[in-house]
Design a protein around this ligand. Structure first.
Ligand SMILES: Cc1ncc(COP(=O)(O)O)c(C=O)c1O
Length: 388
């Protein structure tokens, strides 16, 4: 027993430094039964039937061995068709590879470009995975706060570039703010990356989940800068496929095979039957996406209305994704407010999980049904009443 107490395991330096961060703690915390989940990144919808059927067909055809090369040819082709349709950009299947959701694609891209001490520019706040992965690699996330309207402060990004900068990573629509970036700010970043020889990486996980009047500008539509563009994409949100673990990366021809080589040693190839489901999702009717979008619109405006009615809470208008981001007036740090709400039975995320600019902000998810939103926001209103 004594020996065990004094035993100190060797943990790799950067893993040890990053263990126990807010993101990791969130995923390892046990949520009590009955918790109202306004923290979820998972759509509440089942995966549409025609997508499930495609996977079943592939299984019945015996497609259960290793997938070939960078992915199933049908899948890679379907991705190229989609990119051409949506971004007007021609890519070859050789420029694409299948990934396990967006997560492994992001890991591969960061691993390929970031030596220890290298820098990746992140807009603050942003999806918390990026900084964690960078730190796990010994690289440095350089957070650049958004402008007051939560859009990109291009001059601040320019000023943050140093000789160690390798990547600019953007999440559009942004998680947690829900902001959908405009063409001009994205183009300015693309131009900056080309001038300074950086890679501009975009994660467009929520591109199809848009509120009325919001338009998404795809990264790959900046054709003049294509040598500097990398898209990491996922089926998780658009097609309610979080558990399937499917995504893809699109990269310039000279980089795709290199990146795939890194990715291959993280997950091995992605299941062929899952890729066939992905091809069916991309090539099939998009009515299911429109239906889910319609639901998110209702949920988003319900949550926004309920949040607006809470004194001291100032939600942004929902734009993209299924998160409501809200500033609050109270002096208590976001971690503590999140803890108070959690103790009252509602799981939410603190703004600071997504960067220092998230202080005095909270993130609420409306991926859940309207009854859950109503119950959860009533508890949040109580907590804010108690906070005074
Ligand atoms: C912006 C963003 N990117 C990527 C992911 C990861 O998704 P997955 O690995 O399931 O594709 C998430 C999940 O919440 C996300 O919010």
């Amino acid at each position: 027993m004594k020996e065990q107490e004094t035993m100190r395991r060797h943990i790799a330096r950067y893993v040890e430094l990053t263990a126990g961060g807010e993101r990791t703690r969130h995923f390892t915390a046990k949520q009590p039964a009955g918790m109202i989940k306004l923290d979820s990144g998972s759509p509440s919808f089942p995966t549409p039937a025609h997508i499930r059927a495609a996977a079943q067909r592939a299984l019945d055809e015996g497609l259960t061995g290793y997938a070939p090369g960078q992915g199933d040819p049908e899948f890679l082709q379907a991705v190229c068709e989609t990119v051409e349709r949506e971004a007007g950009a021609r890519y070859s299947p050789d420029d694409v590879f299948a990934t396990s959701g967006a997560t492994s694609g992001i890991y591969a891209v960061f691993t390929a470009f970031l030596d220890p001490g290298d820098e990746v520019i992140l807009l603050d706040p942003t999806f918390s995975l990026y900084a964690l992965v960078a730190r796990q690699l010994g690289a440095v996330p350089v957070f650049v706060p958004h402008a007051a309207d939560y859009h990109v402060d291009v001059d601040a990004v320019r000023a943050a570039v140093t000789p160690r900068t390798r990547l600019v990573m953007v999440n559009n629509p942004n998680n947690p703010t829900g902001v959908v970036y405009r063409r001009d700010e994205l183009e300015a970043l693309a131009k900056l990356c080309a001038e300074r020889d950086l890679m501009f990486v975009a994660d467009e996980a929520y591109e199809k989940i848009l509120q009325p009047g919001c338009a998404h500008v795809p990264l790959l539509s900046f054709h003049d800068y294509r040598d500097h563009l990398i898209l990491t994409h996922t089926f998780s949100k658009t097609y309610a496929m979080t558990g399937w673990r499917l995504g893809y990366v699109v990269a310039p021809p000279d980089l795709a095979t290199l990146l795939f080589g890194v990715h291959r040693s993280i997950t091995g190839p992605i299941c062929t039957f899952v890729q066939r489901a992905g091809a069916a999702a991309l090539r099939g009717s998009q009515d299911c996406v429109a239906e889910m979008r319609g639901e998110y619109r209702k949920r988003g405006s319900l949550m926004h209305r309920l949040a607006l009615a809470i004194p001291g809470l100032h939600p942004l208008d929902p734009q993209g994704g299924f998160y409501l981001y809200a500033r609050y007036d109270h002096a208590l740090p976001a971690r503590d407010v999140r803890a108070r709400v959690w103790d009252a039975g509602v799981a939410i995320r603190s703004g600071t999980e997504f960067g220092d600019a998230g202080e005095r902000h909270l993130r609420f998810s409306y991926s859940v049904d309207e009854v859950t939103i109503e119950k959860g926001m009533a508890v949040v209103a109580d907590v804010f009443r108690q906070l005074g």
